[in-house]
Design a protein around this ligand. Structure first.
Ligand SMILES: Cc1cc2nc3c(=O)[nH]c(=O)nc-3n(C[C@H](O)[C@H](O)[C@H](O)COP(=O)(O)OP(=O)(O)OC[C@H]3O[C@@H](n4cnc5c(N)ncnc54)[C@H](O)[C@@H]3O)c2cc1C
Length: 315
C-alpha cells in the first residue's frame, strides 16, 4: 500500500500534492492512502484524483513546524501495510520526508523528476550537483520513501469512492512555530506556479520589479527572483529560485536580468520552456534558454505585457 503525505493551505489540498496521486497511479500498483495533518481538509479533492483512502491526522493546532508534523505522523506511518511513502518535494515536504525516513529507517530519494520501468525494475531520475547532472537510481528494499518534484507530473482526474478516516494526534513540539507572514493577496507562490517571471540584479532595484509584476499579472504568473535581488533587499526571500531558494519546474520561466549562475539554474533548469532577456549576449542563461532576447529588459518586458494584453483583448 502507498501512503502519500498531502500538504494543504487553509484546508485546500495543494496542487503539487494532487500531482502525487497521479504519479503514484502511474508508477506503482496498490491502494493509495492520502494523509494530512490539520483541523479541516477538503479531502474530497483527493478522491477526485485517485486516493482510495484519506486519513486526517486531526489537531486543533494549525500552525505547526515541520518537526511537529513529523512527530504527529510517526505512529500513523508505522502501520505495516504501508510500503511506499511519497512526499511532495516542496521545502516542507522534503523536510518531513527526511524526518520520517530517518525515523522508520527507510531509504529515501528526494526530488524525483522522472521514472521508468526496466526489466521489472523501477528506476527514478533526480537531479544532483545542484541540478547540473541527473542520476537514475533503483531502490533495493520493499519499503522506501521518495519525494516528487512539483509541476512535473500533471494531476489527472481519477474519481474514486474513497473512504475517510479521522485520527486524533498530539503534537510534540521541540520547535514552536511563532508566526506565519502571509504574502500579499493574490500573489502566486513560485513553487506552485505554471508560469514564472523572474528578475535578477539586472532589474536594478525594488522598482525594477514593477514591470515584471505587471507582466506576471497579465500572464497569471508568479514573480521569481535571483539571490542577488533578494540579498539586495529588493524582494522577499520567498520569491528566490535556486539552490538556497525554491526549486521550480513551471511550463514557462521568463528570466529577466539574470546571468544564469549555477546556483540559480539549480532551481529552474527543469522548466519546460525558458525565455531569457539579458543585455549581455554571453550571459550563461542563454546556454539553457529555449528563447533568448539580447536586449534591455525595461524595453522588452513592458512591450511583452502590452502584446499579451492585446492578445487577451484587455486593451
Ligand atoms: C552557496 C550559494 C548558494 C546560492 N544560492 C542561490 C540561489 O538559490 N539562487 C540564486 O539565484 N543565486 C544563488 N547564489 C548566487 C549566485 O551564485 C549568483 O550570484 C546569483 O544568482 C546572481 O544573480 P543575478 O543573475 O541576478 O545577478 P548577476 O550575476 O549580477 O547578473 C545580472 C544580469 O543582469 C543583466 N542585466 C543588467 N541590466 C540589464 C537590463 N537592463 N536588461 C537586461 N539584462 C540586464 C546582466 O547582463 C547580468 O547578466 C548562491 C551562491 C552561493 C555561493
Amino acid at each position: 500500500m502507498i501512503a502519500i503525505y498531502m500538504e494543504h493551505k487553509n484546508g485546500k489540498l495543494k496542487k503539487h500534492s494532487l500531482e502525487l496521486l497521479t504519479f503514484a497511479k502511474n508508477a506503482f500498483e496498490g491502494e493509495i492512502t492520502a494523509f494530512s495533518v490539520g483541523k479541516e481538509v477538503n479531502y474530497q479533492e483527493s478522491f477526485n484524483y485517485g486516493a482510495d483512502h484519506f486519513v486526517l491526522l486531526f489537531t486543533e493546532n494549525e500552525n505547526i513546524h515541520e518537526e511537529g508534523i513529523a512527530n504527529a505522523i510517526k505512529s500513523f506511518v508505522k502501520r505495516k501495510e504501508f510500503k511506499i511513502f511519497i512526499f511532495p518535494a516542496s521545502n516542507t515536504g522534503r523536510d518531513i520526508a527526511a524526518r520520517v525516513s530517518a525515523f522508520l529507517d527507510l531509504p529515501l530519494l528526494q526530488d524525483i523528476v522522472e521514472f521508468k520501468k526496466e526489466n521489472d525494475n523501477l528506476l527514478f531520475k533526480r537531479p544532483i550537483v545542484a541540478g547540473k547532472a541527473y542520476v537514475w537510481e533503483k531502490i533495493n528494499t520493499e519499503r522506501f520513501a521518495i519525494s516528487v518534484r512539483p509541476n512535473v507530473f500533471p494531476p489527472e482526474e481519477n474519481k474514486k469512492e474513497g473512504k475517510f478516516e479521522k485520527i486524533d494526534v498530539s503534537i510534540e513540539e521541540k520547535i514552536k512555530l511563532i508566526d506565519i507572514k502571509e504574502k500579499e493577496e493574490g500573489e502566486i507562490d513560485v513553487a506552485e506556479a505554471e508560469i514564472i517571471v523572474s528578475g535578477g540584479r539586472g532589474v536594478g532595484g525594488p522598482d525594477g520589479f514593477k514591470p515584471l509584476k505587471e507582466l506576471a499579472k497579465v500572464l497569471g504568473a508568479a514573480v521569481g527572483a535571483s539571490r542577488a535581488a533578494v540579498d539586495a533587499g529588493w524582494i522577499d526571500h520567498s520569491h528566490q529560485v535556486g539552490q538556497t531558494g525554491k526549486t521550480v519546474s513551471p511550463k514557462l520561466y521568463i528570466a529577466c536580468g539574470i546571468s544564469g549562475a549555477l546556483q540559480h539554474l539549480a532551481g529552474m533548469r527543469t522548466s519546460k520552456v525558458i525565455v531569457a532577456i539579458n543585455k549581455d549576449p554571453n550571459a550563461q542563461i542563454f546556454e539553457i534558454a529555449d528563447y533568448g532576447i539580447v536586449s534591455d529588459l525595461f524595453e522588452i518586458v513592458p512591450a511583452l505585457t502590452e502584446e499579451i494584453k492585446k492578445l487577451k483583448g484587455d486593451t
